[in-house]
Design a protein around this ligand. Structure first.
Ligand code: NDP
Length: 475
């Protein structure tokens, strides 16, 4: 037994992570259900470092130093359960099983408890960064027992992305917390992508820019406050020319977005936790709407109204879109961090939002200059009631607010859908409102269901005798 880590599941993610471990000087045991992938990896990249080829699970486990550390990188869901079971049958108390797939956090909670009962340490680790990140440095969000992080942490930290000398990996918290924060990370990613998509739509349909012109704007934005991986790749996608037609590639791609489920999970969880993640929800629904191809086809030609006045000051509207994007992005992150706080409270995880901002600065899909500001905001005040209230973001929104309103109103007049820009602005306006119409909602609920209400000027709950003399009684 000489390998420090084993990787089972050698599709694109697993093989790149195995290579990353090997390149960092670790001896890596390799295993895949079908041995073909193991051999393909060794043939193409065996020179990356020290690998141990294994065929059976028994051989694989026997190749590992104790306490054994096995990283599972297989298809999320039943496949993960099957592989865990096979491993657990031959592993010993104190060994560590790490699930690096995109597991649903409630599955991770269940698996962790089952493994703990058998004396095994189970670590659900969210891994972000896609194929490229897996090879060159992903962001890693490991949950599970703290003790296991002592033996596992140094390995994970050495293969993670590094920003200013700090690894993009830290122990997140107990059981499912790592996969939970990875899920919310993906939800934020959905919102960020939707917002960028809406900005693109406005350039295309409100200003009449072609893909190359829009690419240039994003390239320019990437050298300012919006600097991020997603803005950078947006420019690259928009610049891409289709070899077959000579058109911009984006103009020949079918406009129906797909999804694998992590955004949907984020919204479902937010609904259960009662956290308004409106930006993320709009992003998930926008993908669903884009995918309703038959309905959309039938609806083409519906009236758009006659109020279409295109913006005349191109430079001003370009800056307006930039500001709207930034402000809406602040809202999306604020909502995501609210969900993390709510999850932490619900499951007793004691999560540290500043840690997440720190490890999301590199490696992952939502990496952005912006995350430094979030990290600073939580360092200054770990108890921030909302990210929007951090002085830096508060001022940024104050600067953006008129632009943000112009973008949403112009889009609305022109009939260009901006669900994420608009709902983020409404969220902001609702959050800062002194009086919401919820007072009326409470009155209606009391009317039809005797659900009672509180008064602004007295403690306790009250009910009006709506079907009687309409006097008020304490509830
Ligand atoms: P896939 O999700 O496509 O999974 C393929 C791997 O799973 C293969 O090694 C396959 O083995 C194995 N597998 C499937 N079913 C079983 C089973 N019943 N028993 C044993 N092994 C099985 O691979 P990816 O590399 O794309 O992703 C791996 C994990 O990482 C997934 O959970 C994914 O959600 C997650 N992830 C992916 C990212 C990405 O960018 N792709 C980013 C972050 C996380 P075989 O070769 O024998 O078929």
């Amino acid at each position: 037994a000489r390998a420090q880590i084993g990787v089972t599941g050698l599709a694109v993610m697993g093989s790149n992570i195995a290579r990353n471990f090997a390149r960092n000087g670790y001896t890596v045991a390799l295993h895949n259900r079908s041995v073909g992938k193991t051999d393909a990896l060794l043939e193409a990249h065996g020179g990356d470092g020290d690998f141990v080829r294994t065929e059976t699970v028994e051989e694989f486990v026997a190749a590992l130093e104790k306490p054994r550390r096995v990283l599972i990188m297989v298809k999320a869901g039943d496949a993960t359960d099957a592989v865990i079971e096979e491993l657990a049958a031959v592993m010993e108390p104190g060994d560590i099983i790490i699930d690096g797939g995109n597991a649903l956090y409630t599955d991770t909670i269940r698996r962790e408890a089952a493994m703990a009962a058998r004396g095994l340490n189970f670590v659900g680790a969210g891994i972000s960064g896609g194929e490229e990140g897996a090879l060159n440095g992903p962001a890693i969000m490991p949950g599970g027992p703290k003790e296991s992080y002592e033996s596992l942490g140094p390995l994970l930290e050495s293969i993670a992305a590094q920003v200013d000398g700090t690894p993009c990996c830290t122990h997140i918290g107990p059981d499912g917390s790592g996969h939970f924060v990875k899920m919310v990370h993906n939800g934020i990613e959905y919102a960020d992508m939707q917002l960028i998509g809406e900005a693109y739509h406005l350039f295309r349909d409100a200003l009449g820019f072609d893909a190359k012109q829009i690419a240039d704007v994003f390239t320019q934005w990437n050298s300012g406050d919006l600097e991020s991986y997603l803005v950078e790749i947006t420019a690259q996608v928009l610049e891409q020319v289709d070899a077959k037609t000579g058109k911009a590639l984006v103009d020949v791609i079918v406009d129906a977005a797909e999804q694998k489920g992590t955004g949907r999970w984020t919204v479902k969880s937010a609904l259960d936790l009662g956290v308004p993640v409106t930006g993320i929800a709009e992003a998930v629904f926008a993908r669903a709407l884009s995918g309703s191809r038959a309905q959309r086809k039938a609806a083409v030609g519906l009236a758009s109204g006659t109020l279409a006045d295109k913006p005349t000051d191109v430079a001003q509207f370009t800056e307006d879109i930039r500001q709207a994007l930034y402000a809406s992005k602040v809202v999306a992150y604020a909502q995501g961090f609210d969900q993390i706080a709510a999850g932490s409270a619900e499951y007793d995880w004691d999560l540290n939002p500043g840690d997440l901002a720190t490890i999301w600065r590199g490696g992952c899909i939502i990496r952005a200059r912006f995350l430094n500001r979030i990290k600073d905001a939580y360092a200054e005040n770990p108890e921030l009631p909302s990210l929007i209230l951090a002085p830096y973001f508060r001022e940024a929104i104050e600067t953006a607010i008129d632009s943000w309103r112009r973008v949403v109103s112009t889009a609305t007049l022109l009939g260009i859908p901006v669900p994420a820009f608009a709902s983020s602005l409404s969220y902001y306006d609702a959050l800062r409102a002194e009086r919401l119409p919820a007072a009326l909602t409470q009155g209606q609920r009391d009317f039809f269901g005797a659900h009672t209400y509180e008064r602004v000027d007295a403690d306790g709950k009250y009910h009006t005798l709506w079907s009687g003399d309409r006097s008020e009684v304490p509830a």
